[in-house]
Design a binder for this molecule. Sequence first.
Ligand SMILES: Nc1ncnc2c1ncn2[C@@H]1O[C@H](COP(=O)(O)OP(=O)(O)O)[C@@H](O)[C@H]1O
Ligand SMILES: [Mg+2]
Length: 311
Amino acid sequence: MNGQADRLRALMERAQAVPPTKRVETGRRPTVTLAVASGKGGVGKSHVAVGLAGAFSALGRRTVLIDADLGFANADVLLGIRPQATLADVAAGRSPLSAAVTPVAGGFDLLAGIGGADVREADDERRLVDRLIAALEAVDRPYDVALFDLGAGLGAGARALLLAVDRVLLVLSTEAAALVDAYGLYKWLVQAGQAAVFVVPNRVPDEAAGRRLAERFGDIAEHFLGRRPELLGVVREDDVIARAARQGVPPFPLPERSRARRDFAGLAVRLVARADGKDPDRSAGAPAPPAAAGRPFGALVARLKARLFSS
Ligand SMILES: Nc1ncnc2c1ncn2[C@@H]1O[C@H](COP(=O)(O)OP(=O)(O)O)[C@@H](O)[C@H]1O
Ligand SMILES: [Mg+2]
């Protein structure tokens, strides 16, 4: 147990120390797909998604962040970048996904989302998901990780994505209303057959408070649904983020020593370890297994299609 904790700690230090230019080549492997969700808005989904994307990149994982918040997309704003193309262009068939992504200084690719004037393009969520499927099918870049930042609510697009991804990260907040909505979403996920759900308490004062929140959530879930989601890790309230929000400036990239950046690194390390078969040492960047057959998004696309045709 202690050995494992030590290895995790060493990995985390490495995650913070590896500069983007010295990233480890990981070879080809199937893309791990993750959705960041919460039920209620304003609990920190987008911060967790952007922070995680940077943390995966620091670990040498080729990462794409797809802003799938339909209508209130803001990952580009949090990063302070102006994307040349967005999900709207992909959805309208104007651009393949590989040409629509914007390289971000943190080392990952962003597919910016739809907001403001472009919202009409996505009026029909099913159509948008159809287009997204076509775009994902055409991707030939070997991404290791694809992160979907979802909006609040359970539209057709969000439902399809939540059930199709490998894992859902459910962001929790201490606010009572947010907790109720998170429970509602968890209940829907369980009943719809998505079992791979992690909880991520956000904006908590310390690790212990985050653990208590996850415990409380787990107790309620277990009582009513007979199962409890696993705690992935805790993200503490970070003054750097709060200050950026007050001043109206982009919080990312976060300073290296900031609390949230360290916490995001911890989340990424644990996810990588899980995806690689619970072996933190091997996951750090040792040679990857031989190329997985098929396209990088093959599994996700197959599941998205199955979901859309069955609903
Ligand atoms: N760890 C954190 N520490 C401090 N403030 C945070 C943290 N995470 C999120 N916030 C704040 O919470 C608000 C909502 O975050 P956001 O990621 O946009 O939520 P969502 O995507 O769920 O709507 C923002 O104003 C942001 O500044
Ligand atoms: Mg958001």
